[in-house]
Ligand binder design. Sequence first.
Ligand code: ADP
Ligand code: MG
Length: 327
Amino acid sequence: PLLANQIAAGEVVERPASVAKELLENALDAGANRIDIEAEEGGVKLLRIRDNGRGIAHQQLPLALERHATSKIVELADLEGVSTLGFRGEALASISSVSRLCLTSRTADAEQAWQVEAQGRQMEPLVQPAAHPQGTTVQVSDLFYNTPARRKFLRTERTEFDHLQEVVKRMALARFDVAFHLRHNNRSIYALHSATDEQSKARRIAQLLGDEFMEQALPIDIERNGLRLWGWVGLPTFSRSQADMQYFYVNGRTVRDKLVGHAVRQAYRDVLYGGRFPAFVLYLELDPNKVDVNVHPTKHEVRFRDGRSVHDFLYSALNRTLAEVRP
Ligand code: ADP
Ligand code: MG
């Protein structure tokens, strides 16, 4: 099973950022509304993610590290209506096969917390008592310490941390209701409180995308025929050091989709001829029955039941908003 897990890890675990993504999704699936992320040396030496979610019961702890030990799916038929982020049950097993992983957790009704450690070895993990508030901490140390070939593909500490930060950013842009704290090498990078009203949401955007973005961005909030598009669109004149500042969410999930990309590009092009392809953060909300988000779990594609009307709606909503500032 160790080898099988290491092979599976090749698909899930590419770098610290992909570990973070899996662990953050687990924390959200567990209903957490506060997540603390601590990284050292780009997340390679240490990645520790603590949440205040529902926790893992004592007898479930060693199972959580086993392959296909997902608690999130009962029957294959459930795949159709899967609403949680994870449903493959191999992230923890894969990660623990290529790192030193320590899992500590406490459920609401437990008298104390429990901990299991897996060190890339095939061994029934020992469950030991630990101190921890309700929720879960997953600590991943020395990523790829036992797979040197993979370790070789890691880039500099800076680059690995940039990727990791981008994962946190993407998620923090999607979940205003969750507080996120990110630290790297003992420095605070993000301290984001949960945001409920418009003002605090805008503040979070400014913290994540910069004050300069928010100063020039146009707010948008348009609803038509059960489709709602809201967020902030930047102008092509907005200069940024970062190449890719385009965030699009469908029902709270980050999406990189051809149809969406096309509609947005077209709207910008038709109204504000030329200029750089701008920065934006946009949220599309629609009836979940009208969109299939599980086309591919990692490629962020979606399939709209009525793609044409979604495309037309996006195009005209953005077109209308941008036309207000037409040069
Ligand atoms: P999946 O998320 O696909 O179910 P994982 O390997 O990521 O598989 O996790 C295995 C199981 O461990 C989950 O189904 C869940 O029951 C439990 N688990 C993992 N992380 C957490 C967490 N942060 N809080 C509560 N339960 C968790
Ligand atoms: Mg998972």
